[in-house]
Design a protein around this ligand. Structure first.
Ligand code: 26Q
Length: 843
């Protein structure tokens, strides 16, 4: 290599720092160097994981240079920082994403190839950090990407769970949960900051006293102290030098505790205390949308929020600022109510620890926080029993009572005689056992409240947050979710990316509205042909993956009809199955009927304690077993359940989809973000008027969207009249046949009891009105099949879908948050060449 270079090139190489240079040759050398000096291996004995680690460190070095420049610029300019507080960050694998954002994918590919390796194989080595359940955690990750890409100063604050969301295996059709040991081979992307730690108190009691100036004060005497240690991961923006940080807290025992116990001779007790302390960040609760009032969960929430707020205060004061201006330097966003305890904690820190008077502290607190709601399901609204709350956070309970007393005084001024309204607005639920209502705390303690799609925000104002909307309408706004096109198009769909860029350049990657220019090519037959070819290739890739993972052989020419998301009754995966059985019956009645061949693909995890969700997985797999094996079907229908749906698998699935199933009961899916990822990759949507589907349909045009089902108001009206699912069963022979077939045991080896709970739920309650929406769904699926027969026109619709998805970039969402809630501005980061010497280290 070097032998063929001229002296000028060799000289250039020598001054290009091995840790920061981006040339192929420098990257190749850095890779070899890291293999040797970090992994302690030479190529002949290195494992694939060793090569992956060496490559990851090579990339991380490039990130660190940008991160240090970023941090220094923020300090120098005393900028306002967005703090995204979230119990979940579902980041997905970092390596390939960092290559895209650094703009060195091709250089690294060559450097890796010159080292005799294959980049795709190394990328697959990375175990994704699954520190989230689903939509909410993934949204936080997309927002981190957009914040950096838009050059907005930001910190993501969360928990470094030792075990993230469980890995899913399918055994005999049932879900089995396997612990997610994502840290077992080491995590090259994080930097451990043992010096950055905060104490967090738990339990105990409070005492009041009068200080030397005669002020009434309260001190909190805990019965336990936990230490939070920071782990930082740099998050680089696309084609910019901004590298923000994701700061996750790990729980440890404070050193002092060992000595106390040790001195009294209780060595075992001291060590055990350490173990108990570390439990706080041990495992992610795997349930979404269904809350359980578990003490450890409350401790997790308080733990990360307290560490984060203490850290923000320290940063603020280290920069020489007064706490009175805290809200001018920080905008803290509550990702749902999980961090809402932050409202009481900031009050405690300001009042008890920094001696700021209540009114001033309250003003700062309200100006600091914004609250994003992600749900309309009543069972997903967090509340904590007063006893549990008071024994875990005694001081916070007092503070919440005081916030509530002052708030309800204001409410009474406005509605003097409305006792019922006052009771509904109260931070304390006193209708039976007493509870702290976290959504009420979040609303009162924030200056801005938002839903995550237009319909969702309207429904919030009319239902769960109605009283708050009437009391302070000026706080409410909508911020429709978005997803990052870097991960969800550029990284996952390179074929489509290069086709698009060959026509309109690559500006669309951070200006997604530019995709509109694709409409010029809709009538270009050659372009449509290329478009179809790319879709076919991604379908072949997915077909290979399916065969490898499940053994099922699928036809890449069939319609790929996909539903991937957490399993939940309101998302109605079982409605999709009712359609499959309807088609199956059609074939059984007339084996020669004309039918568009389809491959039905499902993926998603069920909360381990959610029995119905787990039964739905078994149901899908049981129907798959029968349909896939029936010779009458002649491979025209295939049903596949892809195990272990996660970000990595999503990247393989979205590009290959042709039909996106977004079929939740209207009024229940807050937004959805998978719906956006599908459509951006050229899938057409079959969906209800729910969440962001409404806006997707508005954007792509009703003629390019398969709409079915009752609207929200119709659902409400149906329920108000008294919904009786039996009427639908008795009056629709096709539906009756499907239900009866399930009941017959044909999908359960004759066991007529297995799916009884599912059928009973549908026939006796059907809270998600599957039976009411059934016929509309079946008719709509028939329109899908007809449309698919005209491949050329289907392709036109697919192109138009992509061309009109600009609105759903998370860049657009983040711009709206910045302008309307956070009041923050971009800060351009210049790369500083010799950061080390500037920092005075002179290495
Ligand atoms: C709460 C308390 C105790 C244990 C767990 C939880 C918990 C955890 C996760 C409650 C809810 C969640 C996750 C909710 C979620 O993912 N909601 C989704 O958010 C997306 C982003 O806004 C929306 O697109 C989806 O519509 C919404 O369902």
């Amino acid at each position: 290599m070097t032998a063929s270079m001229d002296p000028a090139q060799i000289a250039a190489l020598q001054i290009e720092d091995d840790r920061t240079g981006l040339s192929i040759e420098t990257l190749r050398r850095a890779l070899a160097d890291n293999l040797f000096y970090i992994q302690g291996k030479y190529p002949e004995i290195a494992t694939k994981n060793d090569f992956y680690m060496a490559l990851a460190y090579t990339v991380r070095d490039r990130l660190l240079k940008r991160w240090i420049s970023t941090t220094r610029a923020y300090v120098k300019n005393n900028v306002k920082v967005v703090c995204y507080l979230s119990a979940e960050f579902l980041m997905g694998p970092h390596l390939a994403n960092n290559l895209i954002n650094l703009g060195i994918y091709e250089q690294i590919r060559k450097a890796v190839e010159e080292s005799g390796l294959n980049l795709e194989e190394l990328i697959e080595q990375e175990e994704e950090p699954g520190l989230g359940n689903g939509g909410l955690g993934r949204l936080a990750a997309c927002y981190m990407d957009s914040l950096s890409s838009l050059e907005i100063p930001a910190i993501g604050y969360g928990i470094r769970y030792e075990f993230g969301i469980f890995d899913q295996e399918i055994r005999n059709g049932w879900q089995a949960e396997i612990t997610d040991k994502w840290l077992q081979w080491g995590n090259p992307w994080e930097i451990h900051r043992p010096e950055l730690g905060y104490n967090v108190k738990l339990g105990g009691h409070t005492e009041s006293y009068t200080d030397e100036h005669g002020n009434y004060r309260v001190r909190w005497i805990p019965n336990q102290i936990i230490k939070g240690i920071a782990y930082d991961t740099p998050i680089l923006g696309y084609q910019v030098n901004t590298a923000n940080i994701l700061r996750l807290w790990k729980a440890e025992a404070p050193e002092s505790f060992d000595f106390q116990a040790f001195n009294i001779g209780d060595y075992y007790g001291a060590v055990n205390k350490k173990v108990v302390s570390e439990n706080i960040s041990k495992v992610l609760y795997p349930n979404d949308e269904q809350v359980q009032g578990k003490q450890l969960r409350l401790e997790q929430q308080y733990f990360f929020v307290s560490c984060s707020l203490q850290n923000m205060i320290r940063i603020h004061q280290d920069h020489g600022n007064s706490l009175e201006t805290f809200h001018e330097n920080f905008a803290a966003q509550l990702n749902d109510t999980h961090p809402a305890i932050g409202v009481a904690e900031l009050m405690r820190l300001l009042v008890d620890e920094h001696h700021i008077d209540w009114d001033k502290a309250w003003d700062i607190t309200q100006k600091t926080f914004g609250y994003t709601n992600h749900t309309l399901l009543p069972e997903a609204l967090e509340k904590w029993s007063i006893n549990l709350f008071g024994s875990t956070l005694p001081r916070h309970l007092e503070i919440i009572y005081e916030i509530n007393r002052r708030f309800l005084d204001q409410v009474r001024l406005k509605y003097p005689h409305d006792v019922a309204k006052i009771a509904r607005l109260s931070l304390i639920d006193e209708t039976g056992d007493r509870y702290v209502r976290m959504a009420n705390l979040a609303c009162v303690g924030s200056h801005a409240i938002n839903g995550v799609a237009a319909l969702h925000t309207e429904l919030l104002k009319q239902t769960v947050l109605r009283d708050f909307y009437e009391f302070s309408p000026e706080k409410f706004s909508n911020k429709t979710n978005g997803v990052t096109p870097r991960r969800w198009i550029v990284l996952s769909n390179p074929g489509l990316t290069s086709l698009i860029s060959s026509k309109i350049g690559d500006n669309w990657i951070n200006h997604l509205e530019d995709l509109r220019q694709l409409e010029r090519f809709v009538e270009d037959a050659n372009f449509r042909q290329q478009w179809r070819q790319i879709k076919l290739e991604t379908k072949r890739n997915l077909a290979n993956y399916i065969q490898k993972k499940t053994g099922v052989v699928v036809n890449p020419e069939s319609l790929f009809d996909i539903q991937v998301k957490r399993i939940h009754e309101y998302k109605r995966q079982h409605l999709n199955v009712l359609h499959i059985i309807t088609l199956y019956n059609r074939i059984k009645h007339n084996p020669d009927c004309e039918i568009v061949p389809r491959t039905f693909i499902f993926g998603g995890k069920a909360a381990p304690g959610y029995y119905m969700a787990k039964l739905i997985i078994k149901f899908i797999n049981s129907v798959a077993e029968v349909v896939n094996a029936d010779p009458d079907v002649r491979d025209r229908l295939k049903v596949v359940f892809l195990p272990d749906y996660n970000v990595t698998l999503g990247q393989k699935v979205y590009p290959a989809a042709e039909l996106s199933e977004q079929i939740s009961t209207a009024g229940l899916e807050a937004s959805g973000t998978g719906n956006m990822k599908f459509s951006m990759n050229g899938a057409l949507t079959i969906g209800t008027l729910d969440g962001a589907n409404v806006e997707i349909r508005e954007e792509v045009g009703e003629e390019n969207f398969f709409l079915f089902g009752l609207r929200t108001e119709e659902v409400y009206a149906l329920k108000a009249r008294g919904y009786n699912p039996w009427e639908y069963y008795n009056s629709n022979p096709q539906l009756k046949e499907v239900i009866d077939l399930i009941a017959s045991g044909i999908f359960s080896h004759g066991d007529t009891g297995l799916f009884r709970p599912l059928l009973d739920s549908l026939l006796y309650h059907d809270p998600f009105i599957l039976l009411a929406d059934y016929q509309s769904y079946i008719d709509c699926q028939e329109r899908v099949s007809q449309a698919y027969r005209d491949q050329d026109n289907w392709t036109r619709m697919s192109i138009v879908n992509v061309a009109r998805m600009g609105k759903f970039s998370s860049d657009r969402s983040i711009r709206e948050y910045c302008q309307e809630i956070w009041n923050v501005e971009p800060v351009t980061i210049e790369l500083e060449e010799y950061v080390q010497s500037k920092a005075g280290l002179n290495v």
